[in-house]
Design a protein around this ligand. Structure first.
Ligand code: ZN
Length: 223
């Protein structure tokens, strides 16, 4: 069914060797498959145009609603999915509840596969950075007691105003070692116990008095 498009054209004709005739969806599909066969791959619009096949790419776009839509109709891989056409679900790929791999579109399968790859890659990077940060804290040890097991060592910003970000957040966000190093330099290494003591506030002071008084008393207790 052809319902026309902008500019008042009711039908689209394409010149061919046997004279002008109406371009159908089947023509588009046939041409796309031919292009895929010639290229040995699902054609991009530019690749298709270079082959000089008919119907023209612009006609396919109008007829099928979009390049990927046309390729989906032809059973070809879309831009967002590469590799074999009906690839099996990769090992270890977790899908959200209620989502079946076989029922996903090619684009959706690409999305989940790629998300998995990105996650694995970024996890690997995070692991490396975390190990590196652990090494930095182990070498310095707790400022107060000398504890050097990274499992219980924290990085404590000496001056809150200097703090750009928690080191752990930087690791999770994938910051490079240079940025991490300059942030770590603003920190003291404290074990969990000594860190707790560092931040400890007497509850009675917090709940019964004004902020200014609390601050003054806190300074008194610290010195
Ligand atoms: Zn300590």
């Amino acid at each position: 069914m052809w319902v026309g498009f902008g500019g008042g054209h009711a039908l689209k004709y394409e010149a061919g060797t046997s004279g002008a005739r109406m371009v159908t969806e089947d023509d588009c599909i046939r041409a796309l498959r031919e292009a895929a066969q010639l290229l040995g791959d699902s054609p991009t619009k530019a690749q298709y145009e270079n082959l000089g096949l008919t119907p023209a790419a612009s006609t396919i776009l109008r007829q099928c609603g979009g390049w990927n839509d046309a390729k989906r109709l032809a059973g070809l891989e879309t831009n967002h999915s590469r590799g074999s056409r009906v690839e099996p679900k990769p090992d270890g790929l977790d899908l959200p509840d209620g989502i079946e791999w076989d029922e996903l579109s090619q684009d959706q399968r690409w999305h989940y596969r790629n998300r998995e790859r990105n996650t694995a890659r970024s996890l690997q990077r995070r692991r490396r950075l975390r190990l590196w940060v652990n090494e930095q804290t182990r070498e310095r040890g707790c400022r107060e007691c000398g504890e050097d097991d990274p499992a219980c060592l924290d990085l404590h910003h000496r001056k809150p105003v200097e703090k750009e970000m928690e080191i752990s957040t930087m690791v999770t966000s994938g910051y490079g070692k240079d940025r991490l190093r300059s942030e770590i330099e603003k920190c003291d290494v404290l074990c969990a116990n000594c860190h707790r003591k560092e931040h400890y506030e007497r509850p009675d002071l917090r709940t019964t008095t004004g902020v200014r008084l609390v601050a003054r008393l806190r300074n008194t207790y610290k010195s």
